[in-house]
Write a protein that binds this ligand. Structure first.
Ligand code: COS
Length: 385
């Protein structure tokens, strides 16, 4: 399908494709085993200007919206859904500053993040606060011109490798979601350390670590927005970042589809390539149709956001749900088409299936996304009546 990408976007996709073919594909399987963070590839992403894609021009970026981020994430994810996260998760960690930060915070942090001199990470999830993000226990108490943070955050993408962490903590536990506040915490701040490094099923080249705050003192000027606005900052951030997860899922699915067509064309059984069999053709057709439907919804959502829509929580959730479910279906079918070889680590599709699974879980499980969609449907119906 022709999505009429402009010249900048076509070049961006071509650049991401080149990096994918030349730099990511040769090391993806190795990093999947070692779980090593791909610093040399991050340097290439930085040199390619990827980290400026969501930062406004006045702070050193080239941001024109999230469509560009979506395109790059999709393309990189065709080659490795873990390595591409070094881009997408930094966007997630930077969004709270872009969306709700003040001028001083933007001036201090965004140019460095846009240049890729440091990565960002987003700290919301806790051991007992996953889907129920409003029940976070990490505390931030104001003392003079400082906030003292105590608690921990788990499963943090880019944890341990980021320089800047946007962290949601409770300044007033009695107020629940209205008592949460958002903060910027810099790597190296005394009292801020890292806990467990997670050993994951997939996206293994992505760093996932626990953040630990033990009487961690941060300057009061690192509060994003006002006290009590943290939950809202988190929700607005997720509304903007979920299309990025959809893009990652779409890229993994599209990559698995490409490999399946190639494999089915070469693999011979019963004296002919298996792509000649209707059973395989039906699978490939369904896979391709789902991939294209996911892409169409994702691009439409990204363009809606970039077009200045005021509310897009529903559409963001929809494209995340759909693309991630498609990624799981398509990668599972890819393994099936590869047959016994697909199940083996010598071939890339079992990794894609493992990488796809997380896209149904993080940045809000697909069950939570469906809840967000339903709540919006109810609101819309009430407004219409
Ligand atoms: N944009 C702006 N404000 C929003 C919002 C959005 N998308 N979604 C909710 N809010 C506001 C609500 O309007 C409400 O405001 P008031 O207190 O002024 O009424 C407040 O936030 C609380 O919302 P709600 O009552 O819907 O909160 P719930 O506790 O029911 O939780 C869900 C809402 C489940 C949607 C939220 O907890 C969530 O997104 N969970 C998943 C978390 C997640 O994605 N984690 C992944 C880790 S981060 S990578």
């Amino acid at each position: 399908m022709d999505y009429h990408l402009d010249d900048f976007q076509q070049e961006l996709v071509a650049q991401a494709n080149r990096i994918g073919r030349e730099k990511i594909r040769p090391v993806a399987a190795e990093l999947d085993i070692s779980g090593e963070f791909p610093w040399d590839i991050v340097k290439i992403f930085a040199d390619s200007g990827f980290y400026g894609l969501w930062v406004p021009e006045e702070y050193g970026g080239v941001s024109r919206g999230i469509m560009d981020l979506v395109l790059v994430t999709e393309e990189l994810s065709k080659f490795c859904g873990g390595i591409s996260l070094a881009v997408a998760a930094s966007a997630l960690g930077t969004f709270p500053i872009v969306i709700s930060g003040n001028d001083a915070q933007k001036e201090k942090f965004l140019p460095m993040l846009a240049a890729g001199e440091g990565l960002a990470a987003f700290g919301l999830t806790e051991a007992s606060a996953g889907s129920d993000a409003g029940s976070i226990q990490t505390r931030a108490e104001k003392k003079g011109d400082k906030y003292i943070l105590n608690g921990s955050k788990v499963f943090i993408t880019n944890g341990g490798v980021a320089k800047v962490y946007t962290v949601i903590a409770s300044t007033d536990p009695e107020k629940g979601t209205r008592g949460a506040s958002a903060f910027i915490v810099e790597d190296g701040t005394p009292g801020f350390t890292f806990g467990k490094k997670e050993d994951k099923m997939g996206i293994r080249a992505s760093a996932t670590m626990e953040l630990v705050f033990d009487n961690c003192e941060i300057p009061a000027e690192n509060l994003i927005g006002r006290e009590g606005e943290g939950f809202m900052v988190a929700m607005k951030t997720l509304d903007r970042s979920r299309p990025g997860v959809a893009a990652q899922a779409l890229g993994i699915a599209a990559g698995a589809l490409d490999l399946s067509v190639q494999y089915a064309s070469q693999r011979e059984q019963f004296g002919q390539s298996i792509i000649r069999f209707q059973a395989i053709q039906t699978m490939l057709s369904d896979m391709a149709t789902k991939v294209e439907a996911a892409r169409a919804m994702l691009y439409a959502t990204a363009r809606m956001i970039d077009g200045g829509a005021k509310s897009y929580a529903k559409e963001s959730a929809m494209c995340k749900v759909y693309a991630s479910d498609v990624a799981m279906d398509v990668t599972t079918d890819a393994v099936q088409i590869f047959g016994g070889y697909g199940y083996m680590r010598d071939y890339p599709v079992e990794k894609m299936m493992r990488d796809a699974k997380i896209t149904q879980i993080y940045e809000g499980t697909n069950q939570i996304q469906r809840m967000v969609i339903a709540r919006n449907l109810i609101k819309e119906a009430q407004r219409a009546s």
